[in-house]
Design a protein around this ligand. Sequence first.
Ligand code: ARG
Length: 576
Amino acid sequence: MNIKKILSKKIHKSMVKIGIPEKYNVILRSCKKKELGHYQINGIISAAIHLKIKPNDLALKLVKNLNIKTIISKITISNLGYINLFINKHWLSNQINLLINSQKLGLTEKIISENIVIDYSSPNIAKEMHVGHLRSTIIGDCIVRILSFVGHNVIKSNHIGDWGTNFGILIAFLKLKNKKTNLLLSDIEKLYKQAQKKYVKDINFAKKARLYVVKLQKKDISCFKIWQKIVNITMNYNYQLYKKLNIKLTYHDTMGESIYNDMLSDLIIDLKKKGIAINNNGTVIIPIKGEKNIKGELMAVIIQKKDGAYLYATTDIACIKYRYEKFKANRIIYYVDSRQKQYLKQIFQIAKKAKYVPSNIKLEHHMFGMILNKNNKPFKTREGENIKLNDLITESVIRAKNIILKKNPSIKKEILEDLSFKIGIGAIKYADLSKNRINNYIFSWNKMLSLDGNTSLYIQYAYVRAISLLKKSNINLKNFLNSEINFINHYEVNLAISFLDFEEIIFKIVKKGTPHILCNWLYKITVLFTLFYENCNILNLKDHILKISRLKIVFLTSLFLKRGLYLLGIKTIKKI
Ligand code: ARG
């Protein structure tokens, strides 16, 4: 149930009836100052000026034709024509009961289920995942959860970088050093760095490396085996990391660059035949109309090098075609950082021009900014290296542990382990998800692990309070599912009204892929719950109806916090 949508429809009907033209933006908003009203209708003044009527008269007319008695109990109009609406408590009580009984927490909007491919995480092979992979991994995962929750068919796609010249270099080096492949990922990463240095310096080695690329492309058994080992070692490591981070990706979701290799030669032929790709000094390029680089030259995407090798772009074009054909994708979303903005735009253009996807298929780049340190520089180690994701997690868990130990020094060891894990991981994820993904953000351990403010710990803590209240009450709310809720103060009403925004929030995220909206809403619920909790007696009430009413609000809070955190990929805790 989307309350704003329901009310807006009714307002619109009334507007039409009294002759306010569509172009006037008469809209419904939540009131910031709840004592003035729960909702507000804005935009009357400009409509009145144009219609040459007093704002107050126009507002009166609009209100007279508003058919919202069941939802709204009181309407006030200010001299300037602002219309304030107060919710009908009886209606609110019914809604709260419906929410408590609803499987999907009141999500009632019917959707046409789409096949949506989400390209996320997508690390490169032979390297440990680092901080640079965090945003794609956790934002992508949150969107997977939300799109599935509303009923879409989501295809997770981990587009790992498991193909290309780099593998020739690495295989050549491993052969040269006669390294067996029972190596750790950290060894491989070191060897890979050495190999790259040698590739630049040593012409003979470079030649060999290129030879191995060709061999690998032809699936030469010995090369192929080494390649497979390297991929397996990397991905075994990564899937452990995903598990730690509570990320839904599994082995089935690996769809790396290598799987498109066999499509590429036909793709080049086809693109040439369609007049989209052309030969250019031995390379094959796709000129991009209307786009120029900084020097003012026309831009082109290279899809085949002089030596016949294909590129990242060639694979991505094939990949779009594959995703459309294999999964019947209606929508493909890429969680990739903003540096690839122009690149992805070009790839999308090419795929559409070549008719690999029909024009109505949505190709979306949901880009994100960088993680910075407090000096506004990229967040790296002191030595200027990328921070490994595993090290980041370890540090967060240790910090969480210290915070818990300070509060509760005699806590049992297993409980401490479990709690610090859930709190530590939750903090990293929430700190990221709560920022608008478009922007860069500054990483701060102190802020993200704080008990106050917009943090996961603050929300997790509120959840603990809510469920312990329910437990202490020893009342089975199931026996009171349809009993009227008695609202006697604004703490109860304000919290209850906020629950009604859930559907609106979720569908905004479905459209735009912006988890911070959910974080802000959860934070709001938590603040309102804390106020309610601190100002309203709950367990020591003699008035049984009021007690049940308040417990229902607590129960619903716990459901929303749990579901909200789940959708963010964050675990709740039961104790602290
Ligand atoms: N592996 C790439 C990188 O680390 C990201 C891949 C994003 N997905 C894609 N289809 N290009 O930059």
